[in-house]
Design a protein around this ligand. Structure first.
Ligand code: DAH
Length: 341
């Protein structure tokens, strides 16, 4: 006979759905004790069948009912456990990931590019490895000229087609010839890019620095156009109203040549008054020498004129952010990099 009490006690001990399945097989499954008991009734007399059948059915119903209740309970428990396991705790700290950022020099260069684009300049970078022709002769610097010594040059072992050693460009003026040939005239282009010199490094000199070369050629351009454009450009680059002064300067690729100094209004903390800053030499510049146009295949009998300039972007950045030593820009010191991130 089936002892419902025993079955129920056993059911109480069931702790999970797997154990519940064994319980089911033990009592109610195909070979379970209740199912087998029903099968064994075949040999009994009709009266015995009737009374035993009723008892068995009653027992089966009770066990099945208890089984179903237990099944429900365990299923709910399982769902809750799963939900608890899946909960995302957004207050937990996540693994810390540092976000990268552009270096200060890159930011200044990009900023300068935006300014130049808005003023209608084409932007080109060119290559850092150039021929001596590009770097010197194309811009009217004969190789014997003392000006080549102003640009202590880094030579490479590789040679160009004429057998001359290639060099790292010492100035972005090396792009003038290429730009004129590529775009023809009129032309308005800038080269915000890297240049290299064999220097003794100190707070103001590094072997690599950025220049912003500009070249503008058109008909009837005068120094007045040039001065006006430089004031607008420098003001936009420095985010201040800049006043310029042009002094005579010597560069073989311009005639006349200028050094351009800039000054702007600053706030004097001691006097509490606004005053003009010292003049700072920022730009080498001048009216383009006819030989530069000739070297690029331009007929100089036509009335083209133009100007070119070279701005030290690293110096510009140092000025804008009050940085005393330009080597910080490239020495990889994370404390410096992060303070401008
Ligand atoms: N190339 C010069 C230098 O590196 C800077 C410069 C001076 C560029 C005069 C120019 C210019 O375009 O007209 O020192």
């Amino acid at each position: 006979m089936i002892d419902v009490k025993v079955a129920k006690t056993e059911l109480e001990k069931v702790a999970n759905l797997e154990q519940l399945e064994s319980f089911f097989q033990q009592y109610l499954g195909k070979n379970g004790s209740i199912t087998l008991a029903f099968k064994q009734m075949g040999s009994l007399s009709p009266e015995e069948k009737k009374s035993l059948g009723q008892e068995l059915t009653e027992a089966k119903n009770q066990v099945a009912e208890a089984y179903e209740a237990k099944q429900k309970e365990l299923s709910i428990e399982q769902i809750n456990a799963q939900l608890n396991a899946d909960i995302v705790d957004s207050s937990l700290e996540t693994a810390h990931v540092d976000q990268g950022s552009f270096s200060l020099l890159t930011n200044i260069r990009r900023d300068a590019e935006e300014v130049c684009k808005s003023m209608g300049f084409i932007i080109e970078y060119g290559t850092e490895v150039v021929t001596k022709f590009e770097n010197f002769e194309s811009v009217n610097i004969p190789l014997t000229h003392p000006a080549t010594e102003m640009h202590d040059t880094i030579y490479l072992q590789d040679k160009d087609l004429s057998g001359e050693n290639l060099i790292l460009r010492t100035h972005t003026s090396s792009m003038q010839n290429y730009l004129i040939q590529k775009y023809g005239l009129p032309l308005k282009a800038v080269v915000p890019s890297r240049v290299y010199r064999y220097e003794n490094m100190d707070a103001h000199h590094d072997v690599m620095f950025y220049q912003l070369e500009g070249i503008v050629v058109d008909k009837n351009l005068s120094v007045a156009h040039f001065k006006d454009m430089m004031e607008k450009l420098l003001s936009a680059l420095l985010h201040k109203k800049v006043e310029t002064r042009m002094r005579p300067g010597y560069f073989p690729f311009v005639e006349p040549g200028f050094e351009i100094d800039a000054r702007y209004e600053i706030y004097n903390q001691q006097t509490g008054k606004k005053e003009l800053s010292k003049r700072i030499e920022l730009v080498g510049a001048g009216m383009i020498h006819p030989n530069v146009l000739k070297n690029a295949g331009i007929d100089t009998n036509e009335w083209w004129s133009g100007f070119a300039f070279g701005i030290g972007i690293s110096r510009l950045a140092a000025m804008r952010y009050g940085i005393k030593d330009i080597r910080y820009f490239t020495n990889g010191d994370l404390r410096f990099a992060k303070s401008f991130a």
